[in-house]
Write a protein that binds this ligand. Structure first.
Ligand SMILES: NC(=O)c1ccc[n+]([C@@H]2O[C@H](COP(=O)([O-])OP(=O)(O)OC[C@H]3O[C@@H](n4cnc5c(N)ncnc54)[C@H](OP(=O)(O)O)[C@@H]3O)[C@@H](O)[C@H]2O)c1
Length: 317
């Protein structure tokens, strides 16, 4: 399993975790995902999945990095602390590894909300504080508000066809050591990405590396420094699903060199604005095919470099 440092904390988290929004397949597939090495689970009080996550991690809490989120309607101090206790109860644990503000709330002063988050850390109920869906300006404001503990992560949408954060938020997070947790890394359904891959770049990359196109898409996310991804799988056997397995770094250097397999030097537009090379999702769906730019070929330039997952980087939570 490959790991990355969480923020500047020295804690290491798996670069592939398990998302649980809308997850309804029961604890066993999640347990298999954990067995496969994806021992980082993301949930939220609003998802209704904290109980199934609790069942999945029963007996192995100390081996799991557990992230959950507080909803914006609970951003008042007393509400937040009560919501935290509710999550702890549903998750059947006495601490949460990463407690995140689910999205900004423009009405409650950030100082009150983040003050309560810091209280929770001081009380030993939370290890690290994160935010989600925060713009660059909102993140900077949150950072400036912290008194005793840092913001270690920002969970935002990021995938091959939605790279909006690449303009400003991602570079800022990378240089300020705020981990980007990429949600919807498969664009809420890999077909959305595949539909944009008119030249079959992902398929060719998959063939060249002996992986699946889904793995390649996930690998693109985690190839970016400071980015981890939390795909969701809902089928019955997560351990056999590429999304639940570590995507690894076998084509990382190639991705790092080219920025994206789907926006290589062959596409002049990608040089001007890589984020615009692929259409961004609109309401969870890619733009119509007619307005999609073609994907440039990149697979032929890549070479596969197999990685032995078994011995390297045993996770330290
Ligand atoms: N902070 C936020 O505001 C926020 C917002 C959205 C999501 N999230 C988090 O991010 C997580 C992931 O995002 P997401 O659920 O929106 O979408 P996602 O992970 O991008 O896509 C999920 C879809 O990908 C499919 N999939 C997974 N593995 C696959 C594989 N190996 N081959 C083919 N298809 C595969 C699944 O299909 P099947 O259904 O067939 O398994 C599922 O429908 C969520 O569960 C949640 O934890 C956070």
């Amino acid at each position: 399993m490959f790991v990355k440092e969480l923020g500047a904390t020295a804690a290491q988290i798996p670069e592939i975790g398990l998302g649980s929004w809308g997850y309804a397949a029961g604890p066993e597939p999640l347990r298999r995902g954990l067995d496969a090495g994806a021992c980082f689970i993301d949930t939220a009080e609003s998802y209704g999945t904290e109980p199934v996550v609790a069942a999945a991690i029963a007996g192995r809490r100390d081996r799991v990095f557990l992230a959950t989120k507080v909803s914006p309607q609970h951003f008042r101090r007393t509400d937040l602390l009560a919501a935290l206790d509710g999550s702890l109860r549903r998750l059947r644990t006495d601490y949460i590894d990463l407690y995140q503000l689910h999205r900004p709330n423009g009405t409650v002063p950030l100082g009150e909300t983040l003050g309560a988050m810091e209280e929770a850390v001081d009380a030993g109920k939370v290890r690290f504080i994160g935010v989600s869906n925060f713009s660059l300006a909102q993140l900077q404001q949150a950072q400036a508000t912290m008194r005793r503990h840092p913001i270690v992560s920002n969970q935002v949408r990021y995938n091959l066809i939605d790279r909006a954060i690449g303009d400003d938020l991602l570079p800022y997070c990378q240089s300020h050591r705020v981990t980007v947790i990429a949600y919807s890394p498969l664009a809420r359904g890999f077909q959305h990405i595949a539909d944009c891959d008119r030249d079959g770049v992902l398929t060719r990359l998959a063939g060249a590396t002996g992986r699946t196109a889904v793995q390649v898409a996930l690998n693109w996310c985690v190839a970016q420094p400071g980015v981890v991804a939390i795909p969701k799988g809902t089928r019955s056997n997560m351990s056999s699903r590429p999304a639940a397995r570590p995507a690894g770094a076998w084509i990382r250097s190639s991705f790092t060199n080219s920025g994206s397999p789907l926006s290589s030097a062959a596409d002049p537009a990608s040089k001007r604005s890589p984020a615009n090379t692929f259409p961004r999702l609109q309401n969870g769906r890619p733009a119509p095919a007619a307005v999609r730019p073609p994907l440039p070929p990149a697979a032929d330039q890549l070479t596969a470099a197999p990685i032995d997952y078994s011995s390297e980087n045993a996770h330290r939570l």
